[in-house]
Design a protein. Structure first.
Length: 443
């Protein structure tokens, strides 16, 4: 059991680096005499992205928004390509409900809600699964999945839905299948390592990555292993991770080591592999090679962003890199039409061309709660594209609406607490899950 306690602490230390908080005094380091020489601020070396000259005067054109009735797994559908979702032009809060336990000193809320068959399903920081009516917010059922002999301090994985079943990957090393209507356990399987990411499900196959960078492909009907694939195990990691993308008979999996692999759905055979671990490193936070943003499969291309500074477009079949940019991030990119929108580690919201990676515009979001002293690093999550608006939310409790055409901020709303889990959009509703476990529906 020692393994389980050490890992969350290491990951917690990693997220402190990303958040930019004053982690050194917190970790108990002692002050030493200054070394001789000129002091150069690490933050001053942060690069600021700018629009490419080749895009000057060119307009962003997007496909018309379309209705979306479900968000069945983390990232939306199995390929994570959600495009342009239709929603009403004037939304307001419809309901809010407490789903359970939120982020605290020992537990972390990391599971994105999912929505299917008119219900929203959530997993709180103590691995309690709940189902709510998507229209009214009324609770339908609730189930606690943590084993009785387990202690606190476990960081969970997430949820996925298919064919009336909920698949749960947990922080206490279990894959579990539930009846989506009742919450009854259909099967429960103990694995060799805990999960920090949600599973992905497609055509009765569940794909889930353990903390030790091992991908399991199991049957959704009974949990039996079909095949496995392993990456290089990393001793440190960031909280959370990327669930695999599945489309056109291919599984694309990313590991915390920076590895990317495309595998055949039927047998796990490698089509190609790549690594994003060798990118430029600018400060201590970006030394983590983790790929935390979900990979996206869209019209024959795979889009992957790493924490330590590389954004790539890769041919799905051959593994050939089509283009790459020195851009790092831990949030999932969003693809719509011929464009990609993403958040960088430098608190920039960026619009790029899908075909060549040219930058069209950059919106520099707020980085610090106290800009003068540069303390309290703000963590942004998203974006999602809804009816000509990009929605991002932050750890300060603000959600912003931004034009996908110009990058101009259009408006903002206040949330009950910080938001560090990406919102989801379905049934003409945006659902936000706050860090203190409030699920808020805007319709």
């Amino acid at each position: 059991m020692i393994f389980f306690f050490i890992r969350p602490f290491i990951i917690f230390a990693g997220i402190l680096l990303v958040s930019g908080c004053g982690s050194l005094p917190f970790l108990g380091t002692t002050e030493k005499p200054p070394l001789p020489g000129k002091r150069i601020s690490i933050l001053a070396q942060e690069q600021t992205l700018q629009a490419d000259s080749i895009t000057t005067g060119k307009k962003i054109l997007l496909p018309a928004p379309t209705s979306n009735n479900e968000w069945p797994q983390a990232g939306g559908y199995a390929n994570h390509a959600m495009h342009h979702i239709k929603i009403s032009p004037n939304i307001k809060e419809s309901w809010s409900i407490d789903i359970g336990s939120g982020t605290n000193d020992t537990d972390w809320l990391i599971a994105q809600p999912i929505m299917a068959d008119g219900r929203v399903y959530t997993m709180d920081a103590e691995t309690v699964i709940a189902a709510f009516n998507a229209i009214s917010g009324d609770e339908i059922w609730r189930l606690e999945l943590a084993p009785e002999d387990e202690e606190e301090g476990y960081i969970g994985g997430g949820l996925a839905f298919e064919a009336g079943r909920i698949f749960v990957a947990t922080g206490f090393a279990e894959l579990i299948c539930l009846d989506a209507n009742t919450g009854k356990i259909i099967w429960r399987r103990k694995m060799d390592n805990p999960f920090r990411t949600a599973p992905t499900v497609r055509n009765n196959r569940v794909y889930a990555v353990t903390l030790a960078n091992k991908l399991y492909a199991v049957y959704g009907s009974n949990g039996q292993t079909i095949w496995t694939h392993s990456g290089i195990e990393e001793p440190t990691n960031l909280i959370g991770g990327a669930n695999p993308a599945v489309d056109a008979g291919v599984v694309v999996v990313t590991y915390s080591s920076g590895e990317v692999a495309a595998l055949k759905v039927e047998n796990g055979k490698e089509l190609w592999t790549d690594s994003l671990a060798g990118a430029r490193k600018t400060n201590s936070a970006t030394t983590f090679t983790t790929i935390r943003g979900r990979p996206i499969i869209d019209r024959g291309l795979v889009f992957v962003i790493s924490n330590n500074g590389r954004l790539t477009a890769i041919n799905l079949r051959t593994g050939k890199r089509i283009w790459e940019r020195s851009i790092g991030g831990i949030e999932s990119p969003w693809v719509a039409g011929d464009f990609i929108f993403l958040l960088t580690n430098n608190s920039e919201l960026v619009a790029l061309s899908r075909q060549k990676g040219n930058i069209y515009w950059v919106n520099n979001l707020a980085k610090w709660e106290d800009p003068e002293d540069k303390t309290g690093r703000i963590i942004w999550t998203g974006p999602v594209l809804t009816s000509d608006r990009l929605i991002v939310a932050g750890s300060t409790g603000e959600a912003l609406s931004i034009s996908p055409y110009s990058g101009q901020t259009l408006g903002k709303i206040e949330m009950p607490d910080g938001i560090t889990i990406g919102p989801i959009v379905a049934l003409d509703t945006i659902y936000f899950l706050s860090d203190d476990a409030d699920l808020i529906a805007y319709r």
